[in-house]
Write a protein that binds this ligand. Sequence first.
Ligand SMILES: Nc1ncnc2c1ncn2[C@@H]1O[C@H](COP(=O)(O)OP(=O)(O)O)[C@@H](O)[C@H]1O
Ligand SMILES: [Mg+2]
Ligand SMILES: [Zn+2]
Length: 453
Amino acid sequence: MAEVKIKTQYICSECGATFMKWSGKCQSCGTWNSLSEETVEQTAKGKKSYSPVSNTEPTSLSQLTAGTEIRYHSGFDELNRVLGGGIVKGSLILLGGDPGIGKSTLLLQMCGRINKAFKALYISGEESAGQIKLRADRLGINSENIYILSETNAESIVAAIEKMKPSLVIVDSIQTIYTENASTSAGSVSQIKESAAVLMRCAKTNEIPVFLVGHVTKEGNIAGPKVLEHTVDVVLYFEGDEKTQYRILRSAKNRFGTTSEIGVFEMRSDGLGEIKNPSAEFISDSQSEVSGTVIGCLFEGSRPILCELQSLVSKSPFPSPRRMAIGADYGRLCMLIAVLEKRAGLLLYDNDVYLNVAGGLSLNETSADLAVILSLASCVKDFVIGNDTVIIGEVGLSGEVRGVSNIDVRLSEAYRLGFKKAVVPAKCKITATLGDMEIIRVRNVREAIRFFL
Ligand SMILES: Nc1ncnc2c1ncn2[C@@H]1O[C@H](COP(=O)(O)OP(=O)(O)O)[C@@H](O)[C@H]1O
Ligand SMILES: [Mg+2]
Ligand SMILES: [Zn+2]
C-alpha cells in the first residue's frame, strides 16, 4: 500500500501561493493575514517516475490550421464585446465581483437572452430554486429552457451536465462548490482550485461554456477569484460604486480577445440594462455651471468615453492638508498638484484637495491630466469652464502638455455629443472633421489656465 504522509502548508487565500511557514504577510502578493493552514496528503505513488516514451508527435507550425472558435451571442452586446465577440464554446469564464454587485442578475439575464433553442443550466449553491424563481420573475425571465439545479458537489454537477448536455452552464458561486479530490472544507483555496479544475475538464470534454461566479472577499477566510485566474480562460470583473447605478464589466484575462474592452451597465429595478452610449450618460446635464467641474475624455478599449471630473479645493484646518482622489490615482493627483504649484504658481500647500470622477469611472490613463489640472485651477481661481468644453492632454513634470493617442476619435465623440470647444495639446495632428468646434491648442499648463482667465 502506498505510504501516506501528512504535510502542513500555508496557503494564501488571495493569490493561492503556498508556503512552508506561516507569516503575517503573503510574500507573493503582499496581502496581510491571508495565509491559512491546510494539510495535504502526499502518497508515495505520487512520485512515480515518467517513462520517456511519448506517443504524441509535435506538428510543424506551418502545417497547423488556425482554430476558429465557435462563439455564441450572449444576448448582451456589452458582454459580447468584453468577451471578445461572444461566448466561446468549451471555455471556462470566471465572473468576479463584490457581493451584491449584480453577478447573479447578469448571468440569469444572459440565460434569458441567449438563443431560445439553447438549454441553460444554472447551478446555484447560494440560493434556493425558489429564490432564483423570485429573481427571474422580477427580471421578467420565463424560459422553458433554463434549468435550475441546487447542488454543491462538483462530481454531481459534472454528472448532471453530462446527462443533460446543456449549451451553457452557470455555477453560482465557485466558493460554495466542493470536490472529493480535496480534503479541506468548501471555500478553501484547495477546494476552489480543485473544483475549478473538475469543471474545466468538464467544459473542455463536453465543449460547453461554463461561467463561474466568484465573490471578491475582503477577509482571508474564503478564497477570492484571484486564485483561479491562471486556471480559467477568461476573467471578468464586475465593478461599480454601490451608491451609483452604473456597473462596469472589465476583463482581466482573455484567451480569446483583448482585455482592454469594457461593458457598461445600469442596475435598474427590472435588472441590468446596457448603456450603449456611455459618454452621454456620464456627463450630468447640470444647468448651473460651477467651478471645479470639467469634462475630459477617457479611452476604454476601442471606445472614447467622455467623463465628468469634479474637484474641491478648500482651506485646510490641519497642519498637513488632505488630498483625496476617487476614481483617480492618488500619486498622479499629488504629482499634478506639484506641477500646478511649480509651473503655474498656484499654491495649494495649505489647502485640502478632493478629486472625484463621476459615475464610478476611473482615470486609468494620462490623457485626463490636463482636465485634472484645469479642474483644480478653476476651483482655486474661481472661474467656470463651460460644460460645452472637453479637455484632453497629458501633463509632464515641466508643465508641458503632451499629445495623446486617438485624438481624432476622442474629438469626434465630443463633436457628436454637441461640444463646442476642445482644449488639446499644441502639437497634436487633427484630421477629423469637427464642423464649427473651436480647437484651443495649448503648449503648457500656464497657457491652458490663461485661456480661461
Ligand atoms: N427586489 C429588488 N428590487 C430591485 N433591485 C433589487 C432587488 N433585489 C435585488 N436587487 C438588486 O440586485 C442586486 C443584487 O444582485 P445580485 O445579482 O444578487 O448580486 P451578486 O450575485 O453579485 O451578489 C442588489 O444589490 C440590488 O441592487
Ligand atoms: Mg449572487
Ligand atoms: Zn498571496
